[in-house]
Design a protein around this ligand. Structure first.
Ligand code: ADP
Ligand code: ADP
Length: 218
C-alpha cells in the first residue's frame, strides 16, 4: 500500500484547473524532489497532501484511506508542512518549541528538543533567545524542529531554502537527509537543480498542472 496515492485528482479554483488528472503513488520512506516552472501547481500538490485543500475531483488516499474521511487535525500530525517563510510566534524559541507539547497536554521533552537542535547546528542554550534576533536561517531551522518534535510520517517542504545562504542550506539538507534515513518520507519542492538531485531518490516534474515525469535517481 502506498503512503500517499493520487487517483485522477483535479484541483479547480474557480474556472481554472490548477492541477489536472494527477495520478501518482508515494511510498513510505521516499525522498522526492518536486520541480517545475513557477505557477505549475507544485505548492498546490503539497497542500493537497496534507489536506489544507481538498481535491475537486478524484481520490486522494493517505495510508489507504480517503483524506475526506480522515480527521484533518490527526492527518496534519502525521504530515508536517513547512513553508518558504517560517512562521514563528510569541517571543522566545522555547515558546515555539513548547507549543506542540502544550496542545497535546504533555511535558516538554528536553532530550528530543536538544537532539534536534544539535542536528540543526543550534546549541541547547538558545531556548531563551528572542525570535526577533534570529537570522532567516535560524528561524527556518526552528520552524522545522517544531514540526519534527512529534516525528511526522511525511515532511512536506515548500522551497524552504530559497531565502537561505549556502551554510544554512547545507545544515538543512544534511538534517533532512538524516530524517529520511530514519524513515520520514520527504516531498521537497525546490527551484535549485543541484539540490533536487543531490539526496532525492525520485524527481517529480510538474508542468502546467500535470505530472510531466517521475524519474528514478537511484
Ligand atoms: P507553484 O507552486 O508551482 O508555483 P502553485 O501551486 O502555487 O504553483 O499555483 C499554481 C497556479 O494556481 C498559479 O497560477 C497560482 O496563482 C494559481 N492558484 C493557486 N491557488 C489558487 C487559488 N486558491 N485560487 C486561484 N488561483 C490559485
Ligand atoms: P478548499 O480549501 O479547497 O475550499 P476545503 O478544505 O474547504 O477545501 O473543503 C472543501 C469541501 O470538503 C467542503 O465542503 C468541506 O466541508 C469538505 N471537507 C473538508 N475537510 C473534510 C473532511 N475531513 N471530511 C469531510 N469533508 C471535508
Amino acid at each position: 500500500m502506498s503512503q500517499i496515492e493520487f487517483q485522477h485528482v483535479t484541483y479547480q479554483a474557480g474556472e481554472k484547473a490548477i492541477l489536472r488528472d494527477i495520478s501518482v503513488q508515494i511510498d513510505a520512506g521516499d525522498y522526492i524532489s518536486i520541480v517545475g516552472p513557477s505557477g505549475s501547481g507544485k505548492s498546490t500538490f503539497l497542500k493537497l497532501c496534507c489536506h489544507l485543500i481538498s481535491p475537486t475531483e478524484g481520490i486522494l488516499l493517505v495510508n489507504g484511506t480517503n483524506i475526506m474521511q480522515q480527521n484533518p487535525i490527526e492527518l496534519r500530525k502525521k504530515i508536517g508542512y513547512c513553508f518558504q517563510t517560517p512562521l514563528l510566534f510569541g517571543d522566545t524559541i522555547e515558546e515555539n518549541l513548547n507549543y506542540p507539547y502544550l496542545i497535546r497536554n504533555q511535558k516538554m521533552d528536553s532530550d528530543r528538543i536538544n537532539m534536534l537542535l544539535s542536528r540543526f547546528n543550534m546549541g541547547p542554550d538558545c531556548l531563551n533567545q528572542n525570535i526577533k534576533n534570529l537570522s532567516g536561517g535560524e528561524k527556518q531551522r526552528i520552524a522545522l524542529i517544531r514540526i519534527l518534535l512529534f516525528k511526522p510520517e511525511v515532511l512536506l517542504l515548500d522551497e524552504i531554502t530559497s531565502a537561505l545562504d549556502i551554510d544554512n542550506t547545507e545544515i538543512v539538507e544534511k538534517a533532512i537527509q538524516i530524517l529520511n534515513g530514519e524513515g520520514i518520507t520527504i516531498l521537497w519542492v525546490t527551484h535549485n537543480p543541484a539540490q533536487s538531485r543531490k539526496y532525492a531518490d525520485k524527481l517529480l516534474t510538474i508542468d502546467n498542472g500535470q505530472i510531466k515525469s517521475l524519474e528514478m535517481l537511484k
